[in-house]
Design a protein around this ligand. Structure first.
Ligand SMILES: [Cu+2]
Length: 144
């Protein structure tokens, strides 16, 4: 089952704002915003993927799932490696998970635990690699 949800509007009162300093070493690699969970995202060569959460992310651990499809629409588990990093953009690095590999499940889903340890704005950065080279970077932001 895919859970669809929208992040609350930015600009809402953020208890984090002003309490954390931006890290000067913030990663400047560009991670464009991904379409919402449940939407198909195109990859090179006719491949595509869909990401979703087991539940709308909140305090605690949620599971981020990615399903990859080959050009014929069949589930693909061999072409790409996927890595993810969870962090709070307002205090980059303070709660970062570091870049972690998604684990392939028996069902052929790529899974990553997403740990949220405090209220505020969070993001998961996703990197999809083929033969070790990033072919897609994207971020999904959400408020807790
Ligand atoms: Cu924080």
């Amino acid at each position: 089952m895919l859970l669809l949800f929208t992040a609350s509007p930015s600009g809402a009162a953020d208890p984090h704002q002003g309490t954390h300093k931006q890290s000067p070493a913030a990663d400047r690699t560009d991670y464009p915003h991904l379409p919402k969970p449940g939407k198909k995202v195109l990859l090179e060569g006719g491949y595509s993927f869909v990401y979703s959460f087991d539940k709308s992310p909140k305090m605690g651990t949620s599971i981020l799932k990615i399903e990859v499809f080959d050009p014929s629409g069949k589930k693909d588990t061999t072409t790409f490696d996927i890595r993810g990093e969870t962090d709070m953009p307002s205090m980059r690095g303070a709660h970062s998970s570091g870049s972690q590999p998604f684990k392939l499940s028996k069902k052929g889903d790529y899974l990553l635990p997403v740990n949220v340890v405090m209220p505020g704005g969070w993001e998961v950065r996703i990197t999809i690699l083929r033969n070790g080279k990033p072919v897609l970077r994207g971020t999904y932001g959400f408020d807790v």
